[in-house]
Design a protein around this ligand. Structure first.
Ligand SMILES: [Zn+2]
Length: 407
């Protein structure tokens, strides 16, 4: 193998045929030279030269031979996954997740940092952590294809700027992309956390085979992204949380958005905790009550865990929130018409009960039930879905000329 080649530099892979070959290999997973010649229409002699060059640079590798019969065996080629590495980051109100992964979604390193209220200090921490990961994993910074970031909105992905994100106290307007680029000298991409997740699910997750899908994250709030006919749908208001502010109860409480009775207000972690505390205040029996030192410290995860053990108050609280969420989901499905609905986020990761009830309610309330076939699934990588998806935004960019997921 030659020395390290910086894949993200514009001087390498300048030959469009190199990129075509790599793109076919990554889509097919494993191919023979004959398959490649047929799919690409590149003459075999030229193809051999291209493959040799890519193999010499460690971008392609042989992965065995075809068949076990008596016919002539052919060498099978695949991407050398480990040569395509990126960093994927998820920024949330409390924690920031940093993952080093490859184009096959294999995670080599995964670290969790506390999210600080000073964005400048936090960006320094993130850059230090990336540098540490590179040292520990024995790779040079230049080998990274880039850094993808999934964050709460509002944000401007074109300028790479966070615009006072709703759940990030102390963070105003932050040019996070430029700052990380300046510090590390690598490609950096920013998008909504839900969009990062949808990209990952489409690129190498549960949504790979689907042209129309929605990804919904339910945790402290609701984030949502839609892939329609293989295009990431972009809203003109640069926001990914419109679903969370679907009004579902006209007589409901006031939301931070100014409306009343928003979906997010009734179905997320905090809503479930508040409903549970209300049940306790009405003297509902609950095993969780006696397990708590201070009922004001109860968390959604504890409620989810006690619901799994059959605690009636916990089951009731989660069931009610999931029923409302399922109703909002049915409304959304009627408008967007996806083939697949992927649910993720801490609420789904922690509670099968919530997932099952939400799906059941949505299936019963969608219009034209018999005429629709919708797959309801959980996100593939649970709590790592968003950082893995943020990394996918970088791989997507590398192959953007050919990607089915248009950017
Ligand atoms: Zn609202």
């Amino acid at each position: 193998m030659k020395g390290i080649v910086n894949l993200s530099s514009s001087t390498y892979l300048k030959n469009i045929q190199d990129k075509i070959v790599l793109d076919v290999v990554r889509r097919q997973g494993a191919v023979t030279r004959a398959d490649l010649a047929e799919i690409t229409n590149i003459p075999l002699s030229t193809l051999t030269r291209i493959i040799d060059g890519l193999a010499e640079n460690g971008l392609l590798q042989e992965s065995g031979t075809t068949g076990s019969g008596r016919g002539r065996k052919q060498i099978v080629l695949e991407l050398n996954y480990a040569r395509y590495k990126a960093i994927g980051i998820e920024i949330t109100r409390k924690i920031t997740k940093v993952a080093l992964l490859d184009i096959g979604a294999n995670v080599y390193d995964y670290r969790v940092l506390e999210t600080l209220s000073d964005p400048e200090v936090m960006i320094d921490h993130i850059c230090q952590k990336i540098a540490e990961i590179c040292v520990d994993q024995d790779i040079a910074l230049e080998e990274l294809l880039g850094v993808g970031i999934g964050a709460p909105g509002p944000l401007d992905r074109n300028t790479g700027t966070l615009l006072s994100p709703v759940r990030l106290t102390g963070w105003g307007e932050v040019e996070i992309v430029n700052k990380i680029k300046a510090a590390l000298g690598v490609e950096v991409k920013l998008d909504f956390a839900a969009t990062a997740a949808a990209t990952g699910e489409k690129w190498y997750g549960v949504g790979k085979e689907y042209d129309n899908l929605v990804y919904i994250n339910i945790s402290g709030g609701i984030g949502c992204s839609v892939v329609s006919h293989n295009q990431m749908m972009r809203m003109s208001n640069y926001d990914a949380n419109a679903l969370g502010h679907m009004v579902i109860d006209l007589k409901g409480e006031k939301c931070e958005c100014g409306n009343f009775g928003c979906l997010e207000l009734l179905t997320c972690e905090n809503a479930i905790v508040q409903s549970f505390l209300q049940l306790l205040s009405q003297d509902h029996p609950s095993l969780l009550r006696s397990a708590l030192l201070d009922s004001n410290q109860v968390t959604f995860n504890e409620i989810a865990s006690f619901a799994d053990r059959g605690d009636i108050a916990c089951v009731k609280t989660i069931s009610e929130a999931a029923t409302i969420f399922g109703t909002g989901l049915a409304n959304f499905i009627n408008i967007v018409n996806p083939q697949m609905v992927i649910l993720g986020g801490n609420v789904i990761d922690q509670s099968n009960l919530y997932f099952n009830i939400a799906v059941h309610v949505a299936q019963n309330k969608i219009l034209n039930k018999s005429g629709r076939e919708i797959a309801f699934v959980k996100s593939k990588h649970s709590e790592r879905t968003i950082p893995i998806g943020a990394g996918a935004m970088i791989f997507e960019h590398l192959f953007s000329e050919f990607s089915t997921l248009a950017y």
